[in-house]
Design a protein around this ligand. Sequence first.
Ligand SMILES: *Cc1c(COP(=O)(O)O)cnc(C)c1O
Length: 433
Amino acid sequence: MPQSTALHTASDKLMERAERSMPGGVNSPVRAFRAVGGHPLFIARALGSRVFDADDNAYLDYIGSWGPAILGHAHPKVVRAVADTAAKGLSFGAPTEGEVRFADVIIERYPSIQMMRCVSSGTEATMSALRVARGFTGRDVIVKFDGAYHGHSDALLVKAGSGAATFGNPDSAGIPSASVENTATLAYNDPSALSELFERDGARIAAVIVEPVSGNMGLVPPQPQFLEAILELCQKHGALSIFDEVMTGCRVARGGAQGLFGMRPDLTCLGKVVGGGLPLAVYGGRTDVMQRIAPLGPVYQAGTLSGNPIAVQAGLATLALLDEPAYERLEVLGSRLQTGLERALRETNTPGVVQRVGSMLTVFFHRGPVRSWRDAAASDTKRFGTWHRGLVTRGVYWPPSQFEAAFISLAHSEEDIDHTVEAALGALAEAVA
Ligand SMILES: *Cc1c(COP(=O)(O)O)cnc(C)c1O
C-alpha cells in the first residue's frame, strides 16, 4: 500500500495532457478529485478489490466504478463472457438471443417489472421512464426529492445531490427554465409534504421518481412509511411511481431495494450492477405502461447500442454470480466495516455517524441521523476532505465527496476491511488534530 511518499509521476503527467483535451481532464466531473499530489489518480488496471494507478500503486477500492463492480474487478467469468461474445461481433443493431435471456433474468428478479427496455446508461433509463410516464398519464408534472440524482437529463438535474452539490452548482447552467418548470422537488423522507402537493396538484402529476435508498447525498435510508406513502399517493391520484434503482438495483438485495422492502412500484430503472461494468441500463414495469412505447404505442424511445450483445453478456455473467448467499456475504462485510468505522469515530472522539444498507455506506461527519439533503448538507465537509486525503495516502480509494456512498464488493476480504478500518482510524486521528 502506498504511503505519502508514493510516486504519482505518471498520473501527474497524464493529467497535464488530459486538461488540454478534456474539460477538467475528465469525462465525468466526480473523477476530477484531487487525490495525492493534487491530481486525480489515473487508473491503469484493477483486479479483485484493488485498483492500480498509472504509477502501479495499489489501492483498496471502495468506489467500485461508482457502483457496478459488485463482484470486484475483472472477475474471470465476466471477462471470459465479454471476450467470447466480442469474438462473434460487437454490435448488430438487431435483436439477439442474449437480450431475451437478459430480460428474463431481470423480470424473474423484479416482480414489478413485467416488460422492459435496455438502454445504455442510467441517465437514459430515468429520462425514458419519465417520458413513458408522461405519455401514459397525459400529465406533465414530475416530482423528485432534494439530493436525489437521477442522471443528467434536463428535467431531472434539479437539486441533484453529490456531483452537482460538491461542485457548487446544484442546478446546471444550460438548462432552459421551460425544461424544469414541470419538475417539483420536495424533501426526502417527508411524506406529509408529498401528500400536501398531491392534494393541491394531484391531477397534474405524472410521476414521482425516488431513490428507494438514497445514495447520491451520501447513504440515506428511507424512513418507515415514506416509500409506502409514495406508492399510495400515486395510486390514489393516478400518477406513476418510479423507483430509480440504478444504484440500489441488484446491489442492496437480489431484487434491489424493492425486493428488500417488499414493494412494487409502477416503473423501475436499473443500471450500474446490471451491466457488470459495461454500458447497460434498464427501465421497465407494468405491461400496460410499457406497451405505450414505440413500435406498440406513441411514446418514442430508441438507441443504436441499446441491448449491446457484449453488455448483456457481461450483465448475465455478473447476475449469475449474484445469488442469495452473495448478498449474505456482502452483509457480513458491510457490517464488519460499519462496526470498525464506528469504533474509529468513537476512539477519535469524532462527531460522526455511519449509515449503511447492505454493501453501500457513508461516514457522515454529522452527529446524525441524516435523513434528508438538509441534514447531509450540514455535515463537516472540511473534515471529510482531510479524512479522505488521509485515506488515499494510506492506500484506500474512497469516494471523494461527503455526499457519495462507498461500495463493498464480493472480492473484499475480512483482511481488506480490517486494513481499511486501520487506515480510517489513522486518517481520523489526523483529521481531528
Ligand atoms: C448513477 C445514477 C444514475 C445515472 O446513471 P448513469 O449511468 O451515470 O447515467 C441515475 N440514477 C441513480 C440513482 C444513479 O445512482
